[in-house]
Design a binder for this molecule. Sequence first.
Ligand SMILES: *[C@@H]1O[C@H](CO)[C@@H](O)[C@H](O)[C@H]1NC(C)=O
Ligand SMILES: *[C@@H]1O[C@H](CO)[C@@H](O)[C@H](O)[C@H]1NC(C)=O
Ligand SMILES: *[C@@H]1O[C@H](CO)[C@@H](O)[C@H](O)[C@H]1NC(C)=O
Length: 152
Amino acid sequence: MASSKLSLTVAVVVFLLGMAGAAHGLTRVVANSPDEPCMNMTLYYHDILYNGNNTAGEEPAARAQGFYFYDKQESLTSWFGFSIVFNSTAHKGTLNLVGADLMGDATRDFSVVGGTGDFFMARGVTTIRTDTIEGLYYFRLQMDIKLYECYL
Ligand SMILES: *[C@@H]1O[C@H](CO)[C@@H](O)[C@H](O)[C@H]1NC(C)=O
Ligand SMILES: *[C@@H]1O[C@H](CO)[C@@H](O)[C@H](O)[C@H]1NC(C)=O
Ligand SMILES: *[C@@H]1O[C@H](CO)[C@@H](O)[C@H](O)[C@H]1NC(C)=O
């Protein structure tokens, strides 16, 4: 009796998940290999500290909202947690990233732990590279975003 109740519960959960996917008209796509992401893009993260006179530049593809902090004394490292917020005709939604930035390494990886909107339930890896550092007020990171689980 107990086992038949269990299998009934599992069937209902699977059914509800199926409904959720159908409601959005989306299909889950999982990459078969690291070389074949289901979606990829390159964005540049501009970190601009307000210095009292700097003005907004060109229209951004997206905005980063979140934080980072420096977290070690022995070497220069930081920890990032932020959302890339898309609000353009090309994309609407968010990608949510976290990870350690081991700044001594030429490249390092952040995890894409989720997404919303056009990036519904996305998961993947973002490889970052320091593109430039200009004093205290500006640095730029190249972010190669590769998603390995997408709903398309
Ligand atoms: C990223 O996507 C483009 C197509 O938009 C493709 O040409 C390129 O090979 C992809 N790169 C990787 C590493 O999958
Ligand atoms: C802005 O301030 C910086 C120093 O903080 C100065 O070097 C630069 O010339 C200023 N730019 C303008 C447009 O005033
Ligand atoms: C998103 O874009 C629309 C259209 O340009 C604008 O009305 C809206 O305020 C934007 N939302 C945010 C959070 O920037």
